[in-house]
Structure formats: C-alpha cells, structure tokens
Design a protein around this ligand. Structure first.
Ligand SMILES: Cc1cc2nc3c(=O)[nH]c(=O)nc-3n(C[C@H](O)[C@H](O)[C@H](O)COP(=O)(O)OP(=O)(O)OC[C@H]3O[C@@H](n4cnc5c(N)ncnc54)[C@H](O)[C@@H]3O)c2cc1C
Length: 402
C-alpha cells in the first residue's frame, strides 16, 4: 500500500520539533516523512544576536540535524525550496521536485526593510547564521582597518531598531566591543554604538520600569540611544535619520538593521493567501483553502482571541504549535479526522541584556537583572531539552550567568 507522504519545509523550531515528534510517534510503515532544509545543520534563531556579536560561538548555536533526527525514520533533503505549488501538491527545490500528501511550512522569517532606500544594499541583518558571521567579521575588520587608516567612521556601529532583537544585540555588543578593543589596542571610548529607533521608547510592549531599567543598563555600557529617529536612508558609509522634521546623517562603519521581519518570500510568492509571507491559519494550523497544508512558526499568523491581533512571531509559539501539528498529521495519516485545535499559552518574554542581565515577565512576574538572565538560560536550555533531552542540554546548553 502506498504510504502517505509528509513533507516538512525548514529545519527551524517548527521543522525540528515536528520531525522529532513524528519520529517518536509514527512507525516508518505508516508514512514517508521528508524534512527539507537549506543546510545540514539547525541553528537556534533565538541565539543569533549572540552569534552576530561573537559572544557565543557558532559551534554552540548550530547543531547537526543528523544528531537529533533519525535519518532511518525521516528522509533528510539538503536543498533550497524555490516554489510551493499547492494545487499540484508539489514543492520545487533547486535540485528536484517533491510531491506530498501533507505539507508543513516552517520556512521562518526574513528581514523587512519597508522599502527604505539603501537598507537592502548596505545594511546587515540578524537573520541567519551566515548573515551573523558577516556582521561579526565586518565589525572586527573595521577595527583592524581603523588601526591602519585612522578613519574614525569605521568605529561607528549603528543598530536600527530598539525592539527585542535590537536590544538583545546591542547588549551583546556592550560585552564584546570592550574585548575587541583590548585585542586591537583601541580605546573603547572611541567606538560608538548607536541605537536608532523611530518610536519614543525602546522595547515596545514591555512595562515602563523594565524599559527604563534596560535602557539605563545599556547606557552604562556606553551605548547611545537615538529615540524618535526615523531611518530615511542608508548609504555605504552612513545612515540618514529624521527627527522633528530635521534630517541628520550619521557616519557608520556598519549598519545592522534589526527593526523588522516578515515571513518567508517563498510563502509570499505562493498562491496561498498570505500577508508578507505569513498565512492566517485556522484553529488546526491549516492554510486557507488547503486542508493538507499546515503552517507554523514565523510563516503563520495566529490571532489572539482577546485582542483580535496576531501574536508576535516567536520561538515560543512555534514550539507550542509543533505538538498539535504533529498529532494532527498522525491523525490524518491514520485515516481519522478528529483534529486537535491549537491554543497558544503565553508564558512570558525575557529580553536578555548580555549573559548576566535582562528584563522580562514570566507567568505574570516581572524580572530584571541576574534573575532575568537566569530565567533566559532556563528558557534556552528548556528548548534543548525538549529537542534532544539531557545530552543536548549538556552539549549545547548555556550555564554562564554571573
Ligand atoms: C536575535 C533573535 C532573538 C530572538 N529571541 C527570541 C526569544 O527570546 N524568544 C522567542 O520565543 N523568540 C525569539 N526570536 C524569534 C524566533 O527566533 C522565531 O520566532 C523562530 O525562529 C521561528 O521559528 P521557525 O521555525 O518559524 O523559523 P526558523 O527557526 O527561522 O527556521 C526556518 C528554517 O527554514 C530554513 N529555510 C528558510 N528558507 C528556506 C528555503 N527556501 N529552503 C530551505 N530551507 C529554508 C532556514 O534555514 C531555517 O533552518 C528571536 C529572533 C531573533 C532573530
């Protein structure tokens, strides 16, 4: 008898967790499972700000997919998804075509530049492990070039966005830049780290006292905030901002854009109804009009029933989605149709401010300082535990917090 074909696109939180559940719960005789990913490794997107700054090694952020997923149970295809053809139940890859009965889209996020001139061409983004390597290398290269040329703009690091990702990243720079300065014998005070933000406040969505704590903590590490500064243009060597109708050009050795993300372009270009690469899913995480396509993580839009607004895209929601998603696939493969609805249970959010500091709210309790930093490690290590048990926590876990 022909086995149903399940194809999982992307080996991020959605793909890895779903594949891991399926390999535990489904017999190989019941379905053919295929996981497709650009690389043979999985990386933790939630740790990318640390990779970009160089405070955590790629070795820790990245793990071989084969160390987690049993390739005797799940076919792994290292390839790039080029197109989804839902009416033909096919996925076009750079090097082939896959047919499916059930598809899971977990292709994650991309940077959103909102059409701002020059950002695509000149700004760096914290979006993939390779993109983060480029940021890390460019910052150090600039310091080396400064030693040779004395060109001070090379010492100017501009970060666009004081939201969650921007704040976590500049906090890592707050730790890393002094180390780099010592290594290259440069006065730390001559390096500028400037965070440019269009809103009046950093960290939208956080309580005022936590925002104040976070900004003070980062300012004490020599980070400069330019709030209410709207980025208008990026050039190879500067960023142009507008404040109260006045434009200003700030010289930059590197601009890192951390002020917006969107869903995958593959989703955006597909015939499935979507909004900037995000698909509004039904309660069972299915795409509109395609009952055999499930979408989760940053490619999905799930509405908060209380506010009617979409939940922010997070690893937390992606991980929670993977459980009913895998169960629903198993139900369908076994010829049943009683699907499980997904209901997000928000546990809170912690924004790290370096390895030893942070702010957040967990189960309604506000945290700041080392307690928030400790909680962040617990959250990070919990994911490793869910994915690969104690051995993965011991191999890749984070334990340094003071
Ligand atoms: C710096 C940073 C910090 C964050 N911190 C937190 C946090 O503290 N808590 C939290 O809950 N969330 C956090 N997030 C958000 C979180 O990382 C995302 O919500 C999460 O990664 C979404 O999971 P996903 O599985 O949808 O996508 P991803 O984890 O991004 O995985 C997508 C996968 O698809 C692959 N892929 C993409 N396109 C293709 C293609 N065309 N062909 C083949 N493969 C492809 C990618 O290589 C990747 O492996 C953070 C994000 C960033 C950037």
């Amino acid at each position: 008898m022909r086995k149903p074909k399940i194809v999982l696109l992307g080996a991020g939180y959605v793909g890895m967790m779903t594949a891991s559940h399926l390999q535990k719960k489904l017999e190989t005789s019941e379905a053919e499972i295929t996981l497709v990913n650009k690389h043979e490794y999985h990386y933790q997107s939630t740790w990318l700000h640390e990779s970009a700054a160089g405070t955590v090694s790629d070795d820790q952020t990245v793990m071989k997919i084969s160390d987690i997923i049993d390739f005797n149970k799940v076919n792994f295809v290292k390839d790039v998804v080029v197109e989804i053809k839902p009416d033909e139940q096919k996925v076009i890859l750079e090097n082939g075509v896959l047919e499916y009965d059930y598809l899971v889209i977990g292709l994650g996020f991309e940077a959103e530049t909102f059409g701002i001139e020059g950002l695509k061409e000149y700004a760096y983004s914290i979006t993939t492990i390779n993109a983060c390597n480029k940021i890390r290398n460019k910052i150090e290269e600039n310091l080396i070039k400064y030693k040779e040329t004395g060109d001070e703009k090379l010492l100017s690091i501009i970060v666009g966005g004081a939201g969650f990702t921007g704040m976590e990243f500049i906090a890592e720079l707050g730790h890393k830049v002094p180390q780099l300065c010592e290594k290259h014998n440069i006065d730390r005070n001559s390096v500028k780290i400037i965070c440019v933000e269009a809103m009046q406040n950093a960290l939208p969505g956080f309580a005022d006292d936590l925002i104040e704590y976070a900004v003070r903590s980062l300012e004490s590490k020599g980070i400069e905030f330019r709030l209410s500064n709207v980025v208008k243009k990026c050039t190879e060597t500067s960023i142009i901002v507008e404040n109260n109708g006045e434009q200003e050009e700030i010289e930059a050795g590197i601009v890192i854009w951390a002020a917006g993300i969107r869903g995958s372009r593959i989703v955006a270009d597909s015939p499935i109804q979507n909004n900037r690469g995000r698909i509004l899913v039904d309660e069972f995480l299915r795409a509109p009009e395609y009952n055999n396509i499930f979408v989760a993580g940053d490619c999905s839009l799930v509405l908060d029933p209380e506010t009617g607004r979409p939940y922010p895209p997070t690893a937390q929601i992606a991980i929670q989605q993977s459980y009913p998603l895998a169960d629903n696939l198993i139900t369908l493969v076994r010829g049943n149709n009683k699907l499980k609805a997904f209901k997000f249970a928000p546990k809170g959010t912690v924004c790290s401010l370096g390895f030893d500091d942070g702010v957040g709210v967990v189960y309604g309790v506000k945290l700041s300082g080392w307690k928030a930093a400790l909680m962040k490690k617990v959250i990070d290590n919990r994911y490793l535990f869910l994915l690969g048990g104690v051995p993965l926590v011991l191999k890749k876990g984070k334990f340094k917090f003071i």
